[in-house]
Design a protein around this ligand. Structure first.
Ligand SMILES: NC(=O)c1ccc[n+]([C@@H]2O[C@H](COP(=O)([O-])OP(=O)(O)OC[C@H]3O[C@@H](n4cnc5c(N)ncnc54)[C@H](OP(=O)(O)O)[C@@H]3O)[C@@H](O)[C@H]2O)c1
Length: 166
């Protein structure tokens, strides 16, 4: 089966993705895009990202959580002990989404074939978690939608897709 391992993230201009356990930006249009892309596909995440979800497991998707804690459990989740195990667990799906956080994005970048990013035109000076560097030799921008403005926060953002070259 031809399979896509997709990364999805909302990323600040300076690469920030997290601050004190939370995402720096909450943009409703971004949540809608996240849902429409990931619905009915397995989502893979680190334990800290799962713990930050306000209502626990996201419905309509297999929630696969990576942790070294063999006693960890949470409703409607599947626990695995590594990224490799997570991908193997979802091997019957042709689209898999890696949804964070920073440590998992860093591990997944070398096996991903697409990056669905929401690029925000703002820096986050107090951030503590960053997206890994995207090597332009390995990735090409294959889609970039027009810049939009979040009416609630006033920040500008755009939806961008990168595909692995070759
Ligand atoms: N902007 C975005 O799109 C976005 C998306 C998601 C998350 N975030 C943000 O990212 C931050 C969290 O990122 P993070 O890097 O601190 O944490 P994380 O990647 O969400 O979770 C880290 C945890 O995952 C487990 N883990 C990761 N790799 C593992 C491996 N190879 N084997 C076994 N276990 C592994 C470990 O859990 P145990 O400690 O239980 O062993 C580790 O402590 C938060 O601020 C969150 O809001 C942002």
């Amino acid at each position: 089966m031809s399979r896509h391992i997709n990364i999805i993230a909302i990323v600040a201009r300076d690469g920030a993705i997290g601050v004190r356990g939370d995402q720096p930006f909450h943009i409703s249009d971004d949540f809608r895009r996240f849902k429409s892309l990931t619905l009915n596909h397995p989502i893979i995440m680190g334990r800290k990202t799962f713990e930050a979800l306000p209502k626990g497991a996201l419905p309509g998707r297999r929630n696969i959580v990576i942790t070294r804690d063999t006693s960890w459990t949470a409703p409607d989740t599947e626990r695995v002990s590594s990224l490799e195990d997570a991908i193997a667990t979802a091997s019957d799906s042709d689209e898999i989404f890696i949804i964070g956080g920073g440590s998992v994005y860093t591990q997944a970048l070398s096996v991903a074939s697409r990056l669905y990013l929401t690029e925000v035109d703002a820096d986050v000076p107090d951030a503590d978690t960053y997206f890994p560097a995207i090597d332009p030799g390995l990735w090409e921008k294959t889609e970039s939608l027009p810049t939009a403005t979040d009416t609630r926060s006033g920040v500008n953002y755009r939806f961008t897709t990168y595909s692995r070259k070759g």
